[in-house]
Design a protein around this ligand. Sequence first.
Ligand SMILES: Nc1ncnc2c1ncn2[C@@H]1O[C@H](COP(=O)(O)OP(=O)(O)OP(=O)(O)O)[C@@H](O)[C@H]1O
Ligand SMILES: Nc1nc2c(ncn2[C@@H]2O[C@H](COP(=O)(O)O)[C@@H](O)[C@H]2O)c(=O)[nH]1
Length: 224
Amino acid sequence: MTDEPQGARDQGPDHHAIHRRGLMLVLSSPSGAGKSTVTRALLAGDDALSLSVSVTTRPPRPGEVDGRDYRFIDEHQYRALVASDGLLEHARVFDNYYGTPRGPVEAELAAGRDVLFDIDWQGTQQLAETAGSDLVRVFILPPSMAELERRLHTRAQDSDEVVRHRMARAADEMSHWPEYDYIVVNRVVNQAIADVRAILTAERLRRQRQLGLAGFVNAMRGAP
Ligand SMILES: Nc1ncnc2c1ncn2[C@@H]1O[C@H](COP(=O)(O)OP(=O)(O)OP(=O)(O)O)[C@@H](O)[C@H]1O
Ligand SMILES: Nc1nc2c(ncn2[C@@H]2O[C@H](COP(=O)(O)O)[C@@H](O)[C@H]2O)c(=O)[nH]1
């Protein structure tokens, strides 16, 4: 046992430095508010951020690619993953099952890389039980319910029945916003992207500063 702060010690020339464990950035919203749009923009300009690719039993939408957007699996495979503790969190959302594969996320975080999750409030609650201060939760709200419905229709990837079902669930999902650390209203998409990017930058700096301080304290203790 040591009393060192979390993180691996650098064995190089500056051996008092402590590497930061990656943070977990969660984006949640009612369906159609813009999580995937914001996610794509954040990932495009940020090499230190990677996406947690979920598994789902939902059939692929036109244009979705297995392994990039989701890993598309059947219910039997999903149950096997749950039984083997292969998922960090999992939930039933809109009549389908979704989950976050454990292995890739743990590897990325241990390497000091940040991981982005596009998951619902149920999954976020489960991550919060174990992630502690690694977790940063952002809830994205649409400017209005009418605009949310318009976006679901103009995305043109779900049937009218699916859109109706998702709209019927939207108010209940939005009632979970107080469980999040930040709220972003996605009115103008570039502004929403800039807002989430600013949150990520601030949270990274905060962690870096804490570790800089911890490294400094180690050095002052006179470690050789
Ligand atoms: N600020 C915005 N203004 C207008 N349209 C937008 C805006 N943000 C996103 N959209 C559009 O709204 C639709 C839904 O966005 P997106 O697919 O990103 O939502 P989502 O929250 O990821 O949905 P789901 O939870 O169903 O995956 C898309 O067609 C997207 O281009
Ligand atoms: N708890 C989890 N929720 C997830 C996961 N992956 C996606 N989702 C959420 O499901 C809905 C619907 O997504 P869609 O792609 O079918 O439109 C949306 O709220 C996602 O955020 C997951 O691994 N766990």
